[in-house]
Ligand binder design. Structure first.
Ligand code: SF4
Length: 358
């Protein structure tokens, strides 16, 4: 949580935590409901705007807390309509969110850490390591900031915790953020519209299943331990057998399935043998597979397979009765595609509002 001179950022608390905080201040719990409505229904920028809260309590709030909202620093728009937003954190690091329009969905991909410590070989975000964890307020703040600048008639339908960072390595703040986003008296995203993607932190997958009903996506990328450890160092700590056992334990409702993301990389994990092995690892009834041809970037010498190889890989999985989608990663021209987020200011004029470079 953010503290300034012992003041706390009201945006770092979920509703039960806010109630407890206000209770410790000797005020009744209904005050928390009022404040919550102002923060997330009315989205006010300052405590003084909470006009149905008594002047005395507003003065008390002012003395003990503040509202520190994120605002978009720069925005870029891809030729495919994907938009990437850069936020600058008060202590310096940049983080990014990506807005992905699809036919009947508008999905925002949000970050949970500035940088990342996991070091996946295919990912640009991880190249410069972890700067720091985000607070719950900074995670939710990306959603609130983007909501403020949507076009008239646009509405966010889905959120994915799939931007910069490993969400489960910042477990407590991510969980608080999920609870803030899910709370029906506030932003009100139903669990079925929230998806968290992980590189495979097994103990935290178990905790997440106990603490929430959020959808789970797993960045799998290999069907044997040697290849997965080559691509993702986390596999040395939690190898495939342990990871998939945790996925099988994950308590999703029967109508929902776990998404397995598989970035296809030429000569590394794209062989027919790798596809056949995958069919033996996953259960078709509880799995969806997203195949994502690798997005080449300057930080890696990996390359995507040719299209025929992608189709052949998909075909093997389809014959194994899996639901398989080939996802062409979006926003590649603005470095907004999977694994390309860096949180850096590109050579653009800093702007107060939004603009597009394409
Ligand atoms: S793929 Fe995800 S977990 Fe791996 S380094 Fe990149 S941001 Fe981190």
């Amino acid at each position: 949580m953010t503290h300034t001179n012992h003041k706390v950022n009201l945006l770092d608390f979920d509703l039960p935590q806010l109630k407890e905080l206000i209770f410790t201040w000797g005020e009744p719990a209904y005050r928390a409901d009022q404040v919550w409505g102002w923060l997330y229904r009315k989205d006010v920028p300052a405590i003084e705007d909470m006009t149905n809260v008594s002047v005395t309590f507003r003065g008390f709030l002012d003395a003990h807390s503040f509202i520190d909202r994120l605002t978009v620093h720069t925005a870029e728009t891809s030729v495919d309509g994907t938009r990437k937003f850069l936020f600058l954190l008060p202590d310096g690091p940049g983080i990014e969110s990506v807005l992905i329009p699809e036919r009947d969905h508008l999905t925002l991909c949000i970050s949970t850490q500035a940088g990342c410590a996991q070091g996946c070989r295919f990912c640009l975000t991880g190249k410069s390591g972890l700067r720091r964890n985000l607070t719950a307020g900074e995670i939710v703040g990306q959603v609130m900031a983007v909501k403020r600048i949507l076009e008239p008639g646009q509405r966010l339908t889905n959120l994915v915790f799939m931007g910069m960072g490993e969400p489960l390595a910042n477990y407590d703040q991510t969980l608080t953020a999920i609870r803030i986003l899910n709370d029906p008296a506030g932003i009100g995203f139903a669990y079925r519209r929230l998806t968290l993607s992980t590189s495979g932190l097994v103990p935290q997958i178990d905790r997440l299943g106990q603490d929430t009903k959020i959808n789970l996506a797993v960045s799998l990328n290999a069907s044997d331990d040697a290849t997965r450890s080559f691509l993702m160092p986390i596999n040395r700590r939690y190898p495939l057998k342990e990871l998939l056992a945790a996925c099988n334990r994950y308590p999703l409702p029967l109508t929902r399935r776990i998404t397995y993301e598989y970035i296809l990389i030429k000569g590394v994990n794209d062989s027919p043998q790798a596809a056949h092995r995958l069919t033996r690892l996953l259960k078709p009834a509880t799995s969806k597979i997203n195949l994502i041809p690798f997005n080449p970037h300057s930080g890696s010498d990996l390359v995507p397979p040719d299209w025929d190889t992608v189709l052949a890989f998909q075909n093997i999985l389809v014959k194994g009765h899996y639901t398989v989608i080939i996802r062409k990663s979006k926003g590649g021209d603005i470095s907004a595609a999977c694994g390309q987020l860096q949180g850096r200011i590109r050579p653009l004029e800093p702007q107060t509002g939004l603009s597009s470079v394409n």
